[in-house]
Design a protein around this ligand. Sequence first.
Ligand SMILES: *Cc1c(COP(=O)(O)O)cnc(C)c1O
Length: 396
Amino acid sequence: MACPPFDSSHPEWRDWRWQMRHRIHTAEELSRWIRLTDEERRAIEATRGVFRWNITPYYASLMDPEDPNCPIRRQVVPRLEELAPDLIGVMDPLEEVAHSPVKNLIHNYRDRVAFCVTSECAIYCRYCLRKRMVGDAAFMMRKAELQAAIDYIAAHPEIRDVLLTGGDPLTLSETHLAWILDQLRAIPHVEIIRIGTRMPVKLPYRITPELCRLLERYHPLWINTHFNHPKELTPDAAEAIDRLLRAGIPVGNQTVLLRGINDDVATMKALCEGLVRMRVRPYYLYQAQLIGGTAHFRTPIEKGMAIMRALQGRTTGFAIPKYVLDTPYGKVPLDGSYVRGRAGDYVIVETPRGVLWAEPNPIPPDEDLPFRLPEIPWPEEVDTIDVEQPLYTGAR
Ligand SMILES: *Cc1c(COP(=O)(O)O)cnc(C)c1O
């Protein structure tokens, strides 16, 4: 039998680089933490080469060792459902590649850009929006490529807001981050810098005092993180958040609505209330995107809308996030003023740019919906997902 699991008594447990070096990516390593089911073992084998997996010891320590439906486990341990036929799943539903004037820089709103500074991440969430690129060397950024993106931002005075994303920008070293941030701060029209990172959730020890001292040199700088379940709100995560806040960085949270993980009122309410206790402002609740191999995570839009209705008036106003659907025409609030109704397997929404969008969103046969959207005819002018895009085949 292999050595016992590392646990939080290990002298280097709180060293983020140690955690990165000891990430779990074999069934044998994982079985030191949880009692793997046969299904999970087969999925680890079968998804090899389709979408990589990697779990930090810290995040593994949050898993229920006996319950395969543990919400932590389901986010990061491969499942056979990932290989099920998924007719509406595509690789790039937001057409991010088409909206990238230079490599890894997505310019889809006039005044702001999403800049994927690295494709590296500390863990690989099974529902990842950027499955097409995370961990893929082809999407890593060489210095000249970073420079090209920075030059593009410098040449576009309308860009006032730069969102660093990935991958996870905080996998980069302090030196590397400082170089990028220095370049951006040298551009007078860049008013705010934001970082999207899941480090407080999957590896809170990355939020070191040194990192916070570095980041506070670049204010106004905002961080959005990504808690999905109350089990993730640990004392270690709260400490990481506290360090960011003490550096003057406002921290928001983006959650993805995930079937069987957080798609019920009690879980969502506990998550949002736990976040505000940590002084994190719930920002967005995302409808799960149509990423190939993630059909088992998707919920009917009616379900998310019902959760939002249940929160309104029943908890602190600022504990309530905005429920949104991201489309190639930008993010659309999923509420009565943008949602027109349902046309069979599609939900019809009006995007902020006025174009109607039909989101494929079939209702599973066994689903007990809390309410029904009005059935409407297929609109005369409407755009929908480009099915000509390559389906996710996993060939890599
Ligand atoms: C979500 C997103 C942003 C930021 O949008 P906000 O609504 O301002 O948070 C910027 N660029 C892209 C491409 C995005 O997807």
